[in-house]
Design a protein. Structure first.
Length: 465
């Protein structure tokens, strides 16, 4: 079997990349070793920057409908409510940042929505395909599986998680550390005895004891249980083990947990792949970086890996850009992943609150080789920054950006003639950007900015426009 891109792993990373490639007309196949999509709630927080990505990918309405806002924390002690706890620093929605707070959607539901969008665009997921090995040459990659025929692809993307079989087959190491020696249990349950208006927090009763949090999962009847145990505890992930953990950490009885739907145990750790690329194979998501769940950075960083990589693969496969464009994927994403790993660990340790940094709106690529700022004096947004929303000449910018194209913004400037691959939007003023010309990348970052069009043509030629 032949395809342009083989994506190994049908988690949020692989599905988001599949969507981005499908809308570009790229022949891509997503394979998943399991027989179905991941069933748990694990990565439940969708950060504002990822909401913007989902807006572009055409799934935001479904994500909004499936989830809800995060509840306030309620702290319990000895079976009594002792006070509320703000889980996130508040932020107001603005014209340039319309999504101001994390949105809760259980990971299983997010993946269902992404898979449905992929199918709508003509893509598919092949389940029960476990990778056993791969070989690559100058023309492509051959992937072998336990069941079914080999797949030959021009490029392969490893989106198969922290225990990535692809990464191991390539011999790429990961450098990291344990964030917390205390093991954790995460479970999706149905229970009685707690309301759904709060994220219920049960602090440890003594030094070295565990910690329990029970969060109602928006859009469902379920609660997510997160329990931390003393170091060296053997975590029991059976239904009885979950019930015992809930009863030990709270005033609830084991029988109050009426159903256990999914369980997992882990030790919070952080790790970064030594490389994000080996020839025609690229690593994305947890295959490239493993996060503590604190702060909700893992799924979001992973989706944005896919968003960065999709347009670059599309340009190279169309022949518009040199294959060296793919080198900028690691150049841009590995430093971001390293920063987000540090942030996740800091939030886990209680050193940083969930606020501006965790929303990921301030991330950018000012130091990238793809970034060119030609203005002598830049006010507002600079090349390399996220391109904010807003209005320009009566057009909402996110509406103009939506789609797999580049966008040229002309603010109080004359727009030059540009090819059909670039959409033009212009107006007399835009508060966030200042004056000038701004070429917006397909992934919503300013690639080039200038007072005039001098140098724009050369930049576009380099990117295959």
């Amino acid at each position: 079997m032949h395809t342009d891109v083989l994506i190994v792993g049908a988690g949020p990373t692989g599905l988001a990349l599949g969507i981005d490639l499908a809308r570009r007309g790229v022949d891509a196949l997503v394979v998943e070793k399991a027989e179905e999509l991941f069933p748990g709630s694990r990565g439940k927080g969708i950060q504002p920057r990822t909401m913007e990505v989902f807006d572009d990918l055409g799934v935001l309405d479904a994500i909004h409908a499936a989830g809800g806002s995060y509840p306030v924390g309620m702290v319990w002690q000895d079976g009594k409510r002792v006070g509320e706890h703000q889980m996130f620093e508040p932020a107001e929605a603005t014209e340039d940042s319309p999504y101001n707070a994390p949105w809760m959607v259980p990971q299983w539901r997010t993946q269902q929505i992404l898979a449905a969008r992929l199918t709508e665009l003509g893509g598919e997921v092949a389940f029960g395909r476990e990778l056993t090995g791969l070989a690559q040459d100058e023309e492509g990659v051959t992937a072998r599986f336990t069941d079914g025929e080999d797949v030959r692809a021009r490029y392969l993307v490893a989106a198969d998680g922290g225990r990535s079989a692809v990464r191991r087959a390539l011999g790429i190491g990961m450098t990291g550390e344990t964030v917390d020696p205390q093991p954790m249990l995460v479970a999706d349950v149905r229970l009685t005895g707690l309301d759904r208006d709060y994220w219920h927090v049960f602090p440890p009763s003594g030094e070295g004891d565990g910690f329990l949090a029970i969060c109602p999962l928006a859009g469902t009847e379920d609660f997510q249980v997160a329990a931390r145990f003393p170091a060296d505890t053997a975590v029991d992930v059976s239904p009885d083990g979950v019930r015992k953990a809930v009863a030990a950490g709270s005033h609830l009885d084991p029988s109050d947990v009426t159903e256990v739907r999914w369980t997992s145990d882990f030790r919070p750790r952080m790790a970064l792949a030594d490389r994000f690329r080996s020839g025609r194979v690229l690593l994305a998501g947890d295959a490239a970086h493993v996060h503590s769940p604190a702060g909700g950075q893992g799924l979001n960083t992973s989706v944005q890996d896919a968003y960065n990589l999709g347009w670059k693969l599309g340009a190279v496969l169309r022949g518009d850009a040199s294959a060296t464009l793919l080198d900028t994927y690691e150049e841009e994403r590995r430093p971001i992943a390293a920063d987000m790993l540090g942030l996740s660990a800091s939030v886990h340790r209680g050193e940083t609150r969930r606020g501006d940094a965790t929303r990921q709106l301030g991330l950018g690529y000012r130091d990238s080789s793809l970034t060119q700022e030609t203005r002598a004096t830049a006010t507002g947004v600079r090349a390399g920054d996220r391109a904010p929303d807003g209005l320009l000449g009566g057009t909402r910018l996110f509406d103009a950006f939506r789609g797999p194209h580049w966008t040229l913004m002309a603010v109080a400037s004359e727009a030059p003639e540009v090819p059909g691959a670039v959409k033009v939007v212009q107006g007399d003023e835009q508060a966030s950007y200042g004056m000038g010309l701004f070429l917006i990348r397909p992934d919503g970052y300013v690639g080039w900015a200038g007072e005039t069009a001098d140098g724009l043509g050369e930049y576009m030629a380099r990117l295959g426009l």
